[in-house]
Design a protein around this ligand. Sequence first.
Ligand SMILES: [Fe+2]
Ligand SMILES: [Fe+2]
Length: 270
Amino acid sequence: MSAGRLRFIHISDLHILGEAGMRQYGVDTAEILTRAVPMIQALTPEFVVASGDLVGDESEAAYRRLQRLLEPLRVPVHFLMGNHDDRPAFRRVFRPQEAASAQPVTESFEHEGHRFVLLDSSQPGTVEGALGAEQLAWLEAQLSGRPDLPTWIFLHHQPLPIYIRWLDALGLTNGEAFLAQLARHRQVGVIAFGHVHQARRWRYRGTLFLAVPALAFQFSSVRQDLEVTQESPGFRLVEIADGVRRCSLHFLDGQVEPEPSDLAIPVYVR
Ligand SMILES: [Fe+2]
Ligand SMILES: [Fe+2]
């Protein structure tokens, strides 16, 4: 199993709103994305994964604003759905050649000997997430088809509790079934997600779990009830070379935080 050099960026929770000047939790999310785009471009990733809550108000107008804000970015962006997204509205703007259906938005692709599987954990009408039987069957086929390639899985909701009460009530409701299925596919090295609006990382049963900060307002990693903090928005850069993965968090205030190597990442405690 030899995998080539690779450099990509994981962003999440952009929460773009339909009207200019609108704010969520006092934050102008479009202004944040406007500043983030040149930072992302300067890091020269081969692609970007945006893991849901692309918009904050489920409106088609917000997807059109998002599309305009991303225009200066000269790299492909792969999109996931979150609880604030609307599948038909997303499809009307970003996939106009498709029917604007309400079916889950999923995708898989390979890049330089690595495989990326993007799931849709959103459930229209609810904040918490789930992966339906049909999607889990699709995932099974994806993983069985290429057991030889190191694989990243992206989804919006956290598949395991992060021990923050209000967020854990809104996580992935069938996380156990999902993880039991993944345990049969040893090539899955990383599960990456957003939704919790904060960085998290842990190891669990041989897989790395990585939550990325929001590219919008951040939620407290300490308080058990909803609290928005003044922490900077950010994203994660992933660089893989010669089989070694290096991750770093890049914040919009200019801070860059190299993340620990795998063995220095704590094991998840249940
Ligand atoms: Fe979000
Ligand atoms: Fe979310």
